[in-house]
Write a protein that binds this ligand. Sequence first.
Ligand code: ATP
Ligand code: MG
Length: 313
Amino acid sequence: MNGISWSWFRYNESRARLEDMKRVIALANQKGGVGKTTTAVNLAASLTATKRRVLLIDLDPQGNATMGCGIDKHAQSRTSCDVLLGDCGAVEALLPVEYGGFMLMPANQDLTAAEIRLLTMAVGREFKLRNALSPVRGDFDVILVDCPPSLNMLTLNALVAADSVMVPMQCEYYALEGLTSLMQTIEQIKDSINPVLEIEGLLRTMFDPRNNLANEVSAQLIEHFGEKVFRTMIPRNVRLAEAPSFGKPALFHDKESRGALAYLALAGEMIRRDELPGAPPGDLPPGDLPPGDLPPGDLPPGDLPGDLPGAPV
Ligand SMILES: Nc1ncnc2c1ncn2[C@@H]1O[C@H](COP(=O)(O)OP(=O)(O)OP(=O)(O)O)[C@@H](O)[C@H]1O
Ligand SMILES: [Mg+2]
């Protein structure tokens, strides 16, 4: 088989596997500033780089994901507010993200008003996002929903629409405390309105391995949640912090940065988890090691950007 045939084969093989990956993932943690939006934007770019069709939904009135994608949140005629209130269909509110290659449903402060309107509705208010997404679900491999830092009606809509929840968290003293109420909320939703809801994984963000407390909290997390804790850790990295000011994911701001590589490694870990369902972490291939343990440039093998035509690295 020549090189072209191999690429064709690999591309189609990966597309067949993608069908299995289809899901809506809510990025939620009621604690503020833990890296939900940074994860949403950078994971969207990394999954797109592996040829997944990705939609990012900004469900936070702060509109940080929208701005981080280089889109002016004040200049949008259609946003997730209109979609939640039924004033337009989901497809009418989608925009292409130039530096990222994925689609975005933007948000701005209007969402606060939408939340208040939802609260006054007697029935069906928690199903608004789920119902609105049903016509576009099939068009994407992964839909990421960036939630606000609160367990409010917006987050509830995300958790009802989602197949799984990813919980970005910083390994610090109060981290575990907030986690208990989030886990209880997830269990309640699973037991009542959304029985398919799973924990996608807990993601350690802004991780500094030189910090003893961070290591202790990290060990406790693994003790409590085991394989639900992603092996990939996102390091504290200045490129991740400054990329939003350029309106780009880190992959398009500095593709060699540790932050950009960490989010590529996270995408790789998610893809491998899907390929080896039920495998205990110890059985996963060595590419699943945290990025800090990999030699520079030694990304996990598979559908990574450098392997694919037209990829951004
Ligand atoms: N790995 C990282 N390294 C350095 N800075 C980071 C990292 N992750 C996030 N930040 C910075 O930390 C701040 C909070 O991150 P982010 O906005 O992603 O959190 P959030 O959970 O979405 O916040 P909110 O709860 O307000 O929505 C931002 O200034 C962001 O640029
Ligand atoms: Mg945010």
